[in-house]
Design a protein around this ligand. Structure first.
Ligand SMILES: [Zn+2]
Length: 109
């Protein structure tokens, strides 16, 4: 596969919480802040998800002030030339999203 790179980032959606990425191969992918946050690949979130796995004692859901607000993307910073570090409005900013992962989210057309 040739070097796939994002050529443009655009906020989309009524509250601008979505993200449209245009890629060097001419394709586009759409992402929502909540889906990206949910898929956060950082160690903390992976551990949290493992702890939420079925078979664990049920924990009552908690809604923090940050979570109660609509989630948005506060910033995106390139990491090397292969990924973005995305900062979310809930204060979480340790997720590294590779171009390969982001590009895989495109809709089959
Ligand atoms: Zn995370």
């Amino acid at each position: 596969m040739s070097e796939l790179q994002p050529v443009a980032l655009q906020r989309i959606g009524p509250d601008e919480s979505g993200l449209l990425i245009s890629w060097s191969d001419g394709s586009q992918t759409r992402h929502t802040a909540s889906a990206l946050r949910e898929a956060c690949p950082c160690a903390t979130c992976r551990e949290k998800k493992a702890a939420d796995a079925p078979g664990q004692p049920l924990q009552l859901p908690v809604l923090s002030m940050a979570e109660a607000r609509p989630l948005g993307i506060q910033g995106m910073r390139p990491v090397g030339n292969y990924a973005y570090n995305i900062a979310f409005s809930d204060g979480h900013d340790s997720g590294i999203y590779t171009f390969e992962y982001l590009h895989r989210q495109r809709q089959p057309s």
